[in-house]
Design a protein around this ligand. Structure first.
Ligand SMILES: Nc1ncnc2c1ncn2[C@@H]1O[C@H](COP(=O)(O)OP(=O)(O)O)[C@@H](O)[C@H]1O
Ligand SMILES: [Mg+2]
Length: 397
């Protein structure tokens, strides 16, 4: 029995279907929750909030793979304090009572997450001290940041061999969810009420939207205006927590040096700087390189990647390297199959691993991004950034 329910209304019983065991009291529930196989617990409106929160709190460490879905009276379910308290305790979803579709959907999502967690639960690899943070950036839009970050995420995950999270920091216009065809119920904006100080991994984990084996995501808010409310300090906290629990944290960015992006840069082991072979993109790349220099970012952490590298624009790589006075680490060819794969919502590296675009990205990932065991210690500690020297930053105050 994968779903256990306590105190749900009769209408919800029907929605939950036959696969659900309804228990009569708390003792029975506790017993079922600790038994192997239990994946999702539904607590109905009859269960007091304090009790639900305590149960979630008790189990989130001992059984992180068991998800709790809370059904509340509609007014209560819409209250920010209820949601915040519940999520902080480790409750996965709060749904309004009397909405069978929402309940079914919440249980389904929780079950998917539980399965993914159970796979790595007992005997799985212990969380490593620090994963690698890779930020993909270009000061110009449309260079392929989202394409590269989602594909790099999929390549690093390698079908579940590594644990990878893609974070969408393009807080106003993020499209990681679209590129991966996800239907997220939570976004990074849901971490805002918890605050940088109180946010911990169990709470943050509830906000992730899984994609495929080894690959999960923290997506951008669906409402563009909400992005402004995500403070840079929260971004820092989110990335710190994620790198403790994932081998790789891949960060997609907006085309601007905003405070959130700078917070990501500060924690990044690698910054992938993307450009295409057109003058505006290269001009922006040059400005970016200058800015990074002003900020004293160690050069060995930048990797310049030219996307759509074979576009016929009459600029050779040698010319570009000379003009920019930097080495080009990798080139990704242009292909109509890329937008086609984005439209299908499947990263091209998964859709067509032998495609020239997939091969170029795979070479780059294997050669320049994957840390072979024993080399992690070589990464120098992050340098302090001198914000006073940064003139070109877009002001977000
Ligand atoms: N190598 C490529 N070849 C052809 N089209 C590409 C390539 N990389 C990206 N694109 C297309 O360019 C557009 C912008 O890419 P996207 O990743 O959304 O850029 P950004 O996130 O930098 O704004 C998308 O339609 C995408 O499919
Ligand atoms: Mg993008």
């Amino acid at each position: 029995m994968n779903v256990v329910a306590l105190g749900v209304a009769d209408t919800s019983r029907a929605a939950l279907g036959d696969g659900t065991e309804h228990v009569a009291d708390l003792a029975a529930l506790r017993e079922r929750m600790t038994a192997p196989g239990a994946r999702t617990v539904v607590l109905g409106p009859a269960v007091p909030l304090e009790l639900a929160v305590r149960l979630a709190d008790e189990h989130r460490v001992s059984r992180p793979d068991v998800g709790i879905v809370l059904e509340r009276a509609p007014q209560e379910a819409a209250a920010a304090e209820v949601l915040t308290t519940a999520l902080r305790a480790g409750v996965r979803e709060v749904v309004p009572a009397g909405d069978p579709a929402a309940l079914q959907e919440a249980v389904r999502r929780s079950d998917t997450l539980s399965r993914a967690l159970a796979e790595r639960a007992p005997g799985g690899p212990p969380p490593q001290a620090a994963g690698r943070v890779i930020t993909v950036f270009s000061a110009k839009g449309g260079c392929g940041k989202t394409t590269v970050s989602t594909n790099v995420g999929a390549l690093l995950a390698a079908g579940g061999r590594r644990r990878v999270v893609v974070v969408d920091l393009d807080l106003a216009f993020g499209d990681v969810a679209i590129a991966l065809q996800l239907f997220p119920s939570r976004t990074i904006a849901d971490a805002v009420p918890l605050g940088a100080r109180d946010l911990d991994f169990p709470a943050l984990e509830q906000l992730l939207t899984p994609h495929s084996a080894g690959l999960t995501t923290l997506v951008a808010p669906t409402d563009p205006a909400t992005g402004d409310s995500v403070p840079a300090a929260l971004v820092t906290r989110v990335l710190e927590l994620l790198r403790e629990h994932f081998d790789y944290v891949v960060v997609d960015t907006p085309p601007a040096f905003d405070d959130q992006v700078l917070a990501a840069f500060d924690l990044s082991d690698v910054v992938v700087l993307l450009a295409t072979l057109d003058i505006p993109a290269l001009k922006n790349l040059k400005l970016t390189l200058e800015t990074l220099e002003i900020l004293s970012y160690p050069q060995e952490r930048w990797k310049v990647v030219i996307n759509r590298a074979d576009s016929k624009v009459g600029l050779s790589m040698a010319e570009v390297e000379k003009t920019l006075q930097t080495r080009i680490t990798a080139q990704v060819p242009s292909s109509r199959d890329v937008p086609a794969s984005v439209n299908r919502g499947v990263p091209i590296v998964l859709d067509d691993p032998r495609h020239a675009v997939s091969a170029a990205l795979r070479d780059f990932v294997e050669r320049d991004l994957v840390v072979r065991s024993g080399t992690t210690g070589d990464v120098p500690p992050p340098l302090r950034r001198d914000r006073r020297r940064l003139g070109r930053r877009r002001d977000h105050s």
